[in-house]
Design a binder for this molecule. Structure first.
Ligand SMILES: Nc1ncnc2c1ncn2[C@@H]1O[C@H](COP(=O)(O)OP(=O)(O)OP(=O)(O)O)[C@@H](O)[C@H]1O
Length: 223
C-alpha cells in the first residue's frame, strides 16, 4: 500500500474557556515518501492537527490511519509503543539532554524500545549521525553544539527506530537561513531517497515552496 497517512473527517473542539471548533472536517491522504509542509496563519490549527496526527492527543472525532494501521481507538499504552516504532518526532526546541553526548541522545529512543543490544544500537546511532554528517560530534555533550548541529542530532534521534513517518513542528523555527536550508535538504533526501514520509508544520515559505505539495489551513479547515 502506498498510503502513509489517511485522515477522515477529523473534528476537534476545545471546551475551555468556551466551546471552540478548532479542527473542522479535515480529510486528506499523504503517500509514502512524500514531503508535506502544513502551512497557514498563526492560530489556524496547524499544531493542533499535528498533535492529533502524531497520536499524542486522542480527544477528537474522525479516523486516523498511519501506514495502514488505524490508530484511532487504540489504548494509551498501544499508542506509546506505536509511536516509538513508527513515528519520529522533531520539534522547534530539540529537547536533547544537555549533559548527554550527541551519540547517547540519538541512542535513547532505541534503548527505550529495548529490541536490540546496546552495541547494535550504538552502531545504528553512529550510522544515523554519519548520514547527517554529525559523526565527528558523536562524543561531544549536546550542550556544546550549535543550534543547527543540535537540530541535526534531533533528526538523527528521530530516525533511530527507522520510522515510516517523521512529524515535525516548526523544526527550523529557531534556525538561521543556512541551517534552515540544511534541514530542508535532509528532509528532501529522507523522503525522496529513503522513502520516509515527512509532515512538518512550518512558517518558512522557502521551506514550503520547495516541497512536493503543501497542506494549507485556514480557520481550522484545509483550503
Ligand atoms: N488547549 C487549548 N485550549 C483552548 N484553545 C486552544 C488550546 N490550544 C490551542 N488553542 C487555540 O486553538 C487555535 C489553534 O491553535 P494552534 O496552536 O493549533 O495554531 P497554529 O496554527 O499552530 O498557530 P501558530 O502558527 O501560532 O503556532 C488557536 O486559536 C489557539 O488559541
Amino acid at each position: 500500500m502506498n498510503i502513509a497517512l489517511q485522515v477522515e473527517n477529523l473534528n476537534k473542539h476545545f471546551r475551555e474557556p468556551e466551546d471552540f471548533h478548532v479542527l473542522q472536517d479535515i480529510s486528506f491522504t499523504v503517500n509514502k515518501g512524500e514531503f508535506v509542509p502544513i502551512i497557514g496563519k498563526s492560530g489556524c490549527g496547524k499544531s493542533t492537527l499535528l498533535y492529533l496526527l502524531s497520536t499524542l492527543d486522542t480527544d477528537y472525532t474522525g479516523k486516523i490511519s498511519i501506514n495502514g494501521t488505524p490508530v484511532t481507538g487504540k489504548s494509551q499504552n498501544e499508542l506509546a509503543r506505536f509511536r516509538n516504532e513508527h513515528i519520529g518526532f522533531v520539534f522547534q526546541f530539540h529537547f536533547l539532554l544537555p549533559e548527554f553526548t550527541a551519540l547517547e541522545n540519538v541512542m535513547l529512543p532505541a534503548m527505550k524500545l529495548g529490541k536490540c543490544t546496546r552495541e547494535e544500537i550504538e552502531e545504528n546511532a553512529m550510522q544515523k549521525l554519519k548520514q547527517l554528517q554529525m559523526d565527528n560530534f558523536a562524543h561531544k555533550p549536546s550542550s556544546k553544539l550549535s543550534g543547527g548541529q543540535q537540530q541535526r542530532i534531533a533528526i538523527a534521534r528521530a530516525l533511530i527506530n527507522n520510522p515510516a513517518i517523521i512529524m515535525a513542528d516548526e523544526p527550523t523555527g529557531n534556525l538561521d537561513s543556512v541551517n534552515t536550508g540544511l534541514v530542508f535538504d535532509i528532509f528532501k533526501d529522507l523522503s525522496h531517497n529513503k522513502g520516509i514520509t515527512i509532515l512538518t508544520v512550518t512558517h518558512d515559505l522557502d521551506f514550503a515552496n520547495g516541497a512536493d505539495r503543501v497542506i494549507e489551513m485556514a480557520d481550522g479547515r484545509i483550503k
